[in-house]
Design a protein around this ligand. Sequence first.
Ligand code: HEM
Length: 402
Amino acid sequence: MDALGVFTALGTPAGRADPYPHYAALHELGEVVSLGPGAVAVVGYDAISSVLRDAGYRVSDEATFDRDFPGWRDNPVFVQSMDWILNLNAPRHSRIRSLIARAFTARRVAGLEPAIIRMADDLLDGIAERGADGSVVEFMHDFAYLLPVTVICELIGIPEADRESFRPVARDIAGVFELNDPASLPAINAAAVELLAYFTGLAAQRRANPRDDLITDLLAVSDADDGRLTDDELLHNLTLLLVAGFETTTNLLGNGLHVILQQPEAGAAVMDGSVPASAFVQEALRYDSPVQLTSRVGYPAELGGIKVGDGDSVMTLIGAGNRDPRKFTDPDKFQPLRGGGAPLSFGGGAHFCIGAALARLEGTVAFPRLLSRFPKIAAAGAPVRRESFLLRGFDALPVTIV
Ligand code: HEM
């Protein structure tokens, strides 16, 4: 089968459910494959890494949107997203990202650990109550979804009283990454408008009464730097933190538990200490990456023997790179102590995930607590996969705990 045939197979429900044999077929065709005029897919670990680190490859920005989607300005979510660092190129990207990074520090992330432990334990208490009599518990909703959204609320500084109403809005706007169906746009736009109004109000409160939270620190950065971070840039990027940090981490938790349900020895190794939780998380990120793909706009260059043209679509298949046999021995085996380098799951280069340390911390806290609380956790029925290809995870993962 040629690359386009494999790609078409990847887009089918069966391909989305299990893309890995198709990735293996692509690896046999080369590190980079042509998908026809104007489109290439990058599947090798090293090639993906070099594209993400090469500033010649740009992310889709306003200019690309004008070309591909002329009506985008009518959608509040896209107007906001044009300020997201994810969709900016240098020099604007570097300016805004470095200002955000001044507030989103390693110290702030590490300081969240006690709160993450508390939140995880609260959620596990709820699961213990519901599942004590052998009833089926739904892990995705009851834990994997609630933990990251609550952690982001805590990080940003969203008061506990507002969190309940905040969650469904967060869920709606996160749909922007999986726009398979234009019918979902009105709900996503409504969420974007509501979130902006909410963050505007919260920013006014924090300007008047600063607290120890990310929004207060970001306001300090923007005020101190003479408007170098405008209010719009700040508020819009708060929305980005929400959308970028929430379903991705949900899927790390779900995909990691799925491995444990299928291969109980992987969970047992975390429990007996032979595998550190951080190594389990790293291998879960590699083995079943929550983000399977990102993309760039090409510039005239040669990549793995394939010619790339100006404006070409360059898809970097992170999920494939993580199973590249040239990089990882026995890539289809789950081996937390394999070594051999970091997976590509958080991207690389200028756009490397700003929340990587936070996501790792959540996973490192969650899995040992979950396993020590419920050593008998087991699958209860078939998991339900999400439809999406880009974000890989489950809608439902039913389990029993006794
Ligand atoms: C397991 C969880 C996560 C995964 C797999 C993940 C994955 C990624 C990837 C692949 C990128 C790079 C995209 C590209 O190069 O086009 C990225 C960027 C980003 N991530 Fe994450 N992420 C996760 C968690 C988080 C969290 C918890 C936050 C924030 C609280 C976050 C915030 C961001 C932001 C703001 C960017 C854009 C950075 C930039 O463009 O400069 N992510 N993430």
